[in-house]
Design a protein around this ligand. Structure first.
Ligand code: ZN
Ligand code: ZN
Length: 357
């Protein structure tokens, strides 16, 4: 990411401060610090002032790294960062301070409020992060390709007798080999009836012939997440599985066809549910249709039945309807898509035909 992009992001955040007549904003969530400064360390606080000044606090472990990663001024401090930030605010006579009320600890809040009046910033930075720049969309695309290739490499070797855990380990291994820092979230590999648990964690369970296998995975690459789910059948697909699969796939395609700039998130969910209802499966769809992603695997907006957020060009979201039948299994199909002015671009290139392994 070019330094210019970080400068632009800080300029927008500083304009938000001016509009609220705050004297400063303390950003203490590492992922938001990264978004505004480029610094990737886990110990960080960024103080922004309306005039555009930006000062990054970190501890001595990150002194070299901070110098390499950010164009902001850096202050390396020993001891708790909130204490150092609080002293800095007092010295600069900054009184009305925005803080990340949805993310900060109670102890940090107490420390920061010693000399300042704290104003909840709510999701100020998260709201900005919803709309991705072209450079960010490219990074998500690259992250998606890593996960996609790892999936294609591993899936052709999957056989009954392997365990869920072994398949998950192989997927994670291949993602790293292909350039990921690691998985974006714990990889899900769930076989047979366990695929009816939308967030099953892979265990020492051996895959059997003639059952469903659900794989939900994503890479983290250059900090950006990707997310995909494919469901396959071990053996020749049973009629029931084939019918369920068709319904989920058509629901997913209907949802994707609805995505474009200006559409309400809830409308996308309605499109998926309408198709599932035709097969009496909408009640087996127990989660929402999707979520934004970027520097985090789950970001705004959420795509659920009550979400009034308007989708905007530049948002990147997942579309992932699924149906789950207790005792039988679950089917979910998930792509990562980038919203455009007149539709969306599907970033997940993998086939969605029901594969028979
Ligand atoms: Zn997923
Ligand atoms: Zn997802």
């Amino acid at each position: 990411m070019l330094e210019k992009e970080y400068q632009d992001r800080r300029r927008l955040a500083c304009a938000d401060l001016q509009a609220r007549t705050w004297d400063g904003l303390v950003v203490s969530t590492p992922v938001n610090v990264r978004y505004l400064s480029g610094f990737t360390g886990s110990s960080a606080a960024l103080v922004l002032e309306p005039g555009g000044q930006a000062l990054l606090f970190t501890d001595p472990r990150y002194a070299i790294q901070a110098g390499e990663e950010t164009g902001c001024r850096v202050r390396v401090v020993k001891g708790p960062l909130p204490t150092a930030v609080s002293r800095h605010l007092a010295r600069r006579r900054l009184r009305r301070i925005g803080f990340e009320n949805t993310r900060i600890s109670f102890a940090a809040h107490q420390e920061l409020s010693r000399g300042a009046t704290l104003e909840p910033a709510e999701t100020l930075i998260e709201d900005r992060r919803m709309i991705k720049s072209p450079a960010e969309i490219e990074l998500i695309r690259q992250s998606m390709l890593v996960a996609s290739r790892a999936y294609d490499r591993v899936i052709r070797a999957v056989r009954p007798g392997m365990t869920e855990a072994a398949v998950a380990a192989e997927l994670d291994h291949q993602m790293r080999r292909l350039g990921a820092e690691g998985p974006a979230f714990p990889t899900i590999v769930a076989a047979g009836p366990r695929s009816a648990l939308p967030h099953a964690s892979p265990g020492p369970v051996a895959l059997k012939a003639n059952q469903l296998l659900l794989i939900d995975m994503g890479a983290s690459r250059n900090g950006y997440a990707s997310d995909m789910t494919r469901t396959v059948f071990l053996g020749r697909p049973a009629v029931k599985a084939g019918k369920m699969y068709r319904a989920v796939l058509e629901a997913q395609q209907a949802a994707i066809a609805t995505v474009r700039d200006g559409v309400q998130a809830a409308a996308v969910e309605r499109a998926a549910r309408r198709r599932l209802r035709a097969d009496g499966l909408d009640r087996a769809f127990v989660h929402s249709t999707g979520h934004g992603l970027g520097l985090e695997i789950h970001e705004a907006p959420r795509i659920g039945r009550r979400d009034k957020t308007l989708l905007r060009a530049g948002m990147v979201v997942t579309i992932e309807p699924g149906v789950y039948l207790e005792g039988y299994g679950g089917i979910r199909i998930e792509d990562t898509v980038a919203v455009t002015a007149d539709g969306c671009e599907v970033l997940t290139p993998n086939s969605k035909e029901l594969a028979a392994l």
